[in-house]
Design a protein around this ligand. Structure first.
Ligand SMILES: [Zn+2]
Length: 123
C-alpha cells in the first residue's frame, strides 16, 4: 500500500495532487485519465486532447463559482475568461495555459492569483 494520505472516491489519485497536496482541492472528478503511466483527473491532465471533457469540467466549476485551479492544464483554445465574474477566490497558481490566457473584463470579487513566469506558454 502506498502511504500517502488522503481519500478519493474511486481509490485513484490524481498525479498532480500527489505531487503537490495543495492541488488536491482543485481536482475534478476521478483520476481516470492516463498520461504515460500517470493518472490524472480531467483538469490536471497535461494533454491537448481533452478539450470537450475539459470544457464541461470548467463550465461546471464556473457554475459553482469554484474556479480555483492551481496546477490546471488549459489546452489551446481554452483560457479565455473575458467577462467572467469570479465571486470566489480565483487561483491559477502554476496553471499552464497552452495558448495563453485572457482575463479582459473579467471581474474578481475576491483574491486572484495568477501564474508567475514560464507556465504561460504560447506558440
Ligand atoms: Zn487533479
Amino acid at each position: 500500500m502506498a502511504d500517502f494520505e488522503g481519500s478519493s472516491a474511486g481509490g485513484l489519485e490524481c498525479y498532480s495532487a500527489i505531487q503537490d497536496g495543495s492541488f488536491r482541492f482543485a481536482c475534478y472528478g476521478p483520476a481516470n485519465y492516463k498520461d504515460g503511466d500517470k493518472l490524472y483527473c480531467i483538469v490536471h491532465l497535461p494533454s491537448e486532447n481533452k478539450r470537450d471533457d475539459f470544457k464541461d469540467a470548467v463550465r461546471s466549476k464556473l457554475n459553482h463559482n469554484h474556479l480555483s485551479s492551481p496546477g490546471v492544464y488549459f489546452p489551446s483554445g481554452i483560457g479565455n475568461f473575458g467577462e467572467v465574474t469570479f465571486t470566489e477566490k480565483a487561483d491559477f497558481t502554476r496553471a499552464t495555459f497552452e495558448e495563453g490566457a485572457g482575463f479582459e473584463d473579467a471581474h474578481f470579487e475576491k483574491e486572484a492569483n495568477f501564474p508567475t513566469g514560464p507556465p504561460l506558454r504560447g506558440r
